[in-house]
Design a protein around this ligand. Structure first.
Ligand code: FDA
Length: 307
């Protein structure tokens, strides 16, 4: 399986296959299991449907590093449209934003200005911006940006961050974020990292995840636990139950199309569930990373396609 995983990660950066897939209808059909569609309207329709099933949503307009300032502003414009539409349609949804898509690698000041604009818009519409976490070379700059914006009195509670359990530094980061009252989404971490910064063994990441989830649940802030791993979910549930922490004090978060059975079951059990809904024309790298996470998905998709 590790071979297949590496193959999909390599394919996820293949530009020829990407151009072909993103422009073909077969490619779009395949990706629809994990990607809500190409347009803002597709994402909003999906959010409405999930809301009706008792789940909240976070919307991700697909796309990563941009190469010009104009592209960064164009990417931000889609999020501004989403914030307006969420308010107009009374959806239970917020937005998830990657700082590289907002120009972080061109200029941290540009990303800061754009993120501030989105947070201002979220404040004005009573909403929330989640800043996704990317590779470890961007961890500190991402933390600095979020802490700086959150320190503005009127932005408190309108911006939050993601912490990755595979990084050694994460416990210290979480303590700092809790001290500042910042909402955290805890995930295992999705990037290729060196053993100098991240646990090379998955079991160590899992142990750290459970420990960090306990720290988050014990804090007075509403956090998100992002995982499809039933062992992590069971550990969080029993930690909360043993300490009298109510199910309304936190939420589980999962990706669109992944473990839908588990998503529905948690809702039935009375837990808050938020679904991360990606959409947009640049779906190929995201889609390939989902296949890399679980190569068995390829057989599942092939079967569906043949049907
Ligand atoms: P793990 O990979 O151990 O999988 C546990 C089980 O879940 C598997 O055995 C399988 O049953 C199921 N599963 C997992 N992935 C699947 C898939 N693709 N298809 C089908 N089943 C699957 N990462 C990051 O670095 N920065 C970020 O900002 C975010 N944001 C984020 C938001 C949300 C809502 C989620 C759910 C995840 C992220 N991630 C992320 C990704 C995260 O770091 C991680 O790579 C994936 O969630 C996979 O890890 P699991 O915790 O699901 O466990």
């Amino acid at each position: 399986m590790p071979l297949l995983r590496s193959a999909f990660i390599a394919l996820s950066t293949n530009q020829t296959l990407r151009r072909f897939s993103e422009s073909s209808s077969a490619g779009r059909k395949l990706s629809s299991r994990f990607v809500a569609g190409l347009e803002v309207e597709d994402a909003l329709r999906t959010a409405e449907r999930l809301n009706k099933q008792g789940m909240t949503v976070t919307l991700d307009s697909l796309g990563e590093s941009v190469s010009t300032e104009a592209e960064a502003y164009q990417a931000a414009e889609i999020y501004h449209r989403l914030l307006d539409a969420i308010a107009a349609q009374h959806l239970s949804a917020n937005i998830s934003v990657k700082l590289t898509q907002m120009g972080l690698e061109l200029s941290p000041d540009l990303a800061y200005t754009i993120a501030a604009g989105l947070t201002e818009h979220a404040r004005a519409t009573g909403n929330f911006v989640r800043i996704d976490m990317e590779g470890s070379h961007l961890t500190q700059v991402t933390l600095d940006l979020v802490q700086h914006l959150h320190a503005r009195e009127d932005y408190r509670g309108h911006i939050g961050i993601v912490i990755q359990a595979y990084l050694y530094r994460s416990e210290a980061d979480i303590q700092q974020l809790i001290a500042n009252g910042i909402r955290v989404r805890l995930c295992k971490g999705a990037y290729q990292e060196q053993p100098s910064v991240a646990f090379p063994k998955k079991t160590d990441t899992d142990t750290n995840y459970v420990r960090l989830a306990g720290i988050l649940l014990s804090s007075p802030i509403y956090h998100g636990l992002a995982t499809h791993d039933e062992a992590m979910i069971e550990a969080a549930k029993s930690f909360a139950a043993n300490r009298g922490i109510g199910a309304d004090h936190f939420e589980f978060q999962m990706l669109y199309g992944v473990r839908r059975d588990l998503q529905r079951r948690l809702v039935r059990e009375g837990y808050n569930v938020r679904v991360y809904v990606p959409f947009g024309r640049e779906w190929y790298p995201y889609f390939m990373r989902r296949l890399a996470e679980r190569p068995a998905n390829v057989f599942f998709l092939a079967r569906n396609l043949l049907r």
